[in-house]
Design a protein around this ligand. Structure first.
Ligand code: PEP
Length: 249
C-alpha cells in the first residue's frame, strides 16, 4: 500500500514573511491529517524559517532544485548538504521548467538524483512530454527515456518518487483527464518494474502534476497508479492547498 504524497511546488513565489504567514495558518489546518504525506517546496530563501514552523508537525520540507556537488566554486548553486542541513527531506529534480527554461538535460538531472539519494534526500524525479511529443505519438518514448536516464545508477534499495507532469498541462489550466494520466502512470510503473523489479515498482510513489485543483484532485487520486499530486499554482493559497491535501474526505 503506497501512502499518498501531496506536494506543493511554490516555484519563484513568496517572500520569507509571506511563507511564514502561509506556514502558520497551514499547519493548524492539516494537524488532523496523518494518512497521507504532506510536503511543501518553497524558494530556498524561505526554507530555514519554515523549518522552525514545521518542526514537530507532519508537514515535510523540500527544495525545488539543487546542484550535485557538496561544495565549491559553483556560484549561485545550492548543495545537497545544505538542503539536509536546513531541514529538507525531499528535492524536486528535472522539473519541466528546469529542463526547458534552464536547459537541464537527463545527464545533469541524473547526477543530481544520485547525489540526492547519497545524501539521504528523497528526489522527486519529474518526467513529462511536450504537446508536440504527445501529438506525434511519442509520449511513452519521451517519459520512458527520461525515467530510465534520470534513474541511472539508482538501486532498488534507494528511496525516490516519480512525478508525471505533462508539460502542456503545467500552469495552463489544462489537466490531463484521470484516464489519460493513469495510462502514463501505469506505463511508468511497468517501466520501473523492468528497471528495478516488480516488488520495488509497487512501492514507488508516482505523483501527477499539471493544473491539479480542489475540483479535479478526487478524480485523479481515484486512479490505481496515481499516488499523489505535485501542485503548483493551487498550492499558493492555504485554502485551496488544504482542500487538495484533504482529497476524498
Ligand atoms: C508544477 O509546478 O509542478 C505544476 C504542476 O504547476 P501547476 O499545478 O500550476 O500546473
Amino acid at each position: 500500500m503506497r501512502k499518498p504524497l501531496i506536494a506543493g511546488n511554490w516555484k519563484m513565489n513568496k517572500t520569507v514573511s509571506e511563507s511564514v504567514e502561509f506556514a502558520r495558518e497551514f499547519v493548524g489546518k492539516v494537524s488532523d491529517v496523518n494518512d497521507r504525506d504532506i510536503l511543501i517546496c518553497p524558494p530556498f530563501t524561505s526554507l530555514y524559517a519554515m523549518r522552525e514552523i514545521f518542526k514537530d508537525t507532519g508537514v515535510k520540507l523540500g527544495a525545488q532544485n539543487m546542484y550535485y556537488k557538496d561544495s565549491g566554486a559553483y556560484t549561485g548553486e545550492i548543495s545537497p548538504l545544505m538542503l539536509k542541513d536546513v531541514g529538507c527531506d525531499y528535492v524536486i529534480l528535472g522539473h519541466s521548467e528546469r529542463r526547458h527554461i534552464f536547459g537541464e538535460d537527463d545527464n545533469l538531472i541524473n547526477e543530481k538524483v544520485v547525489a540526492a539519494v547519497s545524501h539521504g534526500l528523497i528526489p522527486i524525479l519529474c518526467v513529462g512530454e511536450l504537446l508536440e511529443d504527445r501529438e506525434a505519438g511519442k509520449t511513452f518514448d519521451v517519459v520512458g527515456n527520461q525515467l530510465e536516464r534520470g534513474l541511472k545508477g539508482i538501486s532498488s534499495k534507494d528511496n525516490f518518487v516519480v512525478a508525471y507532469e505533462p508539460v502542456w498541462a503545467i500552469g495552463t489550466g489544462k489537466t490531463a483527464t484521470p484516464e489519460l494520466a493513469e495510462e502514463v502512470h501505469s506505463f511508468l510503473r511497468e517501466k520501473l518494474a523492468s528497471l528495478f523489479g516488480k516488488e520495488k515498482a509497487e512501492t514507488v510513489r508516482i505523483l501527477y502534476g499539471g493544473s491539479v485543483k480542489p475540483e479535479n484532485v478526487n478524480g485523479l487520486m481515484a486512479m490505481k497508479n496515481i499516488d499523489g499530486a505535485l501542485v503548483g499554482g493551487a498550492s499558493l493559497k492555504v485554502d485551496s492547498f488544504v482542500k487538495i491535501v484533504k482529497f476524498g474526505r
